[in-house]
Design a binder for this molecule. Structure first.
Ligand code: ADP
Length: 353
C-alpha cells in the first residue's frame, strides 16, 4: 500500500490522546499533513497551551508512520502550530467609571490645598454630584484627619475576578488615602518608587463606582507623584491653590507650567486664592488684606488662566480641618465662597469634556 496522505491520516488516527480517548485526527489535533518528496511533515495543534501528552504523542506518530511506511524512516517531522500568545489579563482601572478627574495642586505646602480639596468635595456633593477624593499627598496625607477617618482600615473586595480596595464613605464622599496605609511616622521613608507604586494601586484599584468628580489632592510642588498621576489616569483639569503670600513665588508658576507642558497637557482650570483676607469676629464687615489684594487674579491674567475665586481666613475653616467635617457643612458664609468656585469648576469641566 502506498504511503500517501490518506494512508498517513488513517495511521495517525490510530494514535489516541490518553485524556480524550480519541484519535488525534478525528479530534482535530492533527492540523496538517504535508507530503514532501522525501519525507512527511505532520503539524499538530493542541487545544491546551502546554499539553502534557504532546511529547509522547509526537513519539508515537513517528513510530506509527515508520512502522507502516519504512521508506519514511528518519524522515518524519512533527511540529506544533504556533499558538497565539495567551490573552493578557487586562486590569480595568476603576477610574474608568469617573466622569471628571480634577487634580488639586499648589506650589508650596501649607497654603490650604487639602482644606480646599475637602471643602470643594463637600460642596460638589451638596450640589448633587457623586464625589470622591484620592489623597495622593504622600508626604502629608491629611484626608483621614479632615474627615475623621484616622482609624479607618481599608477593606478589600473581589468583583469580576478582580481585587479592589473599598473607599471610605464620609457622608457620601468616597475617600481613598495613602494615609490609610501608612502611619504618619512612616511617611518619610515613603519616597520614590515605593510611594508611587502604592499610589498607582490606590488609583486603579479603589472601587470608586460611578463618580461625577474625583478630586486628587497632590503633594505640594512638582515631582514624581504628579507625573505618575497624570501618566496613569486622564486628568481632565488642574486647580491651583495659592495664598496671597505665595502667589508671587515662582513655585506656583512652575506648577502651572508643569500641567501645560508638552506630553502632559492637562488643562489648568484656574487658580483659587485661599486665605485671601481676614475678618475679625468683632468686626464682621471689615476685610483685612494682610498680604495685599488681587495678587492671584493678576497672576492668573498674566498666565492666561482663569481666576476661580477667593476664600478668606476663617477660624472655623481651621477648626473644620480638625473636627472631621469640612467647614462648608457648618458655615454658610464659607459655603457661599466655595459654591461660587465649584460652579465655575463644573462649568469649565463641562466645556472641556
Ligand atoms: P496644604 O494642604 O496646602 O498643606 P492644609 O489644607 O493642610 O494645607 O492647610 C494648612 C493649615 O491652614 C491647616 O491648619 C488649615 O486648617 C488652615 N487653613 C486652610 N485654609 C484656611 C482658611 N481659609 N482659613 C483658616 N485656616 C485655613
Amino acid at each position: 500500500m502506498t504511503c500517501n496522505a490518506e494512508r498517513i491520516k488513517t495511521i495517525l488516527d490510530g494514535v489516541i490522546h490518553p485524556e480524550t480517548g480519541q484519535g488525534i485526527v478525528s479530534s482535530g489535533i492533527v492540523s496538517d499533513i504535508a507530503m514532501q518528496e522525501n519525507g512527511v511533515i505532520v503539524t499538530l495543534a493542541f487545544a491546551k497551551q502546554r499539553d502534557p501528552f504532546a511529547n509522547s504523542i509526537k513519539r508515537q506518530i513517528i513510530g506509527a508512520i515508520t512502522a507502516a511506511c519504512p521508506e519514511y524512516a528518519g524522515r518524519v517531522v512533527v511540529t506544533e502550530r504556533e499558538k497565539p500568545a495567551p490573552a493578557k489579563k487586562t486590569t480595568v482601572s476603576s477610574t474608568a467609571s469617573v466622569k471628571h478627574i480634577i487634580a488639586v495642586a499648589s506650589g508650596k505646602g501649607g497654603v490650604g490645598k487639602s482644606t480646599v480639596t475637602a471643602n470643594l468635595a463637600a460642596t460638589l456633593r451638596d450640589m448633587g454630584y457623586k464625589v470622591g477624593i484620592l489623597d495622593a499627598d504622600i508626604y502629608g496625607p491629611s484626608m483621614p484627619k479632615m474627615f475623621g477617618l484616622e482609624n479607618y482600615t481599608p477593606q478589600a473586595t473581589v468583583e469580576n475576578g478582580q481585587e479592589y480596595i473599598l473607599p471610605a464613605d464620609a457622608n457620601g464622599i468616597r475617600i481613598a488615602s495613602i494615609g490609610f496605609f501608612i502611619s504618619p511616622d512612616d511617611a518619610l521613608i515613603w519616597r520614590g518608587p515605593m510611594a508611587t507604586n502604592a499610589l498607582k494601586q490606590l488609583m486603579h484599584q479603589t472601587l470608586w463606582g460611578e463618580l461625577d468628580y474625583l478630586l486628587i489632592d497632590l503633594p505640594p510642588g512638582t515631582g514624581d507623584v504628579h507625573l505618575s498621576v497624570v501618566g496613569e489616569v486622564k486628568v481632565n483639569g488642574a486647580v491651583i491653590v495659592s495664598t496671597p503670600q505665595q502667589v508671587a513665588v515662582a513655585d506656583v508658576r512652575r506648577g502651572i507650567r508643569m500641567f501645560q507642558a508638552d506630553g502632559i497637557n492637562v488643562p489648568v482650570l484656574g487658580i483659587i486664592e485661599n486665605m485671601a483676607w481676614f475678618t475679625p469676629a468683632e468686626l464682621p464687615n471689615n476685610r483685612y488684606y494682610l498680604f495685599g489684594q488681587g495678587g492671584a487674579e493678576r497672576m492668573a491674567k498674566s498666565e492666561g488662566i482663569d481666576f476661580l475665586g477667593e476664600i478668606p481666613i476663617i477660624q472655623s475653616v481651621m477648626e473644620g480641618g480638625d473636627s472631621g467635617v469640612p467647614a462648608v457643612t457648618t458655615n454658610p458664609t464659607i459655603k457661599q465662597y466655595y459654591r461660587a468656585i465649584a460652579e465655575r469648576i463644573v462649568e469649565k469641566c463641562n466645556k472641556e469634556a
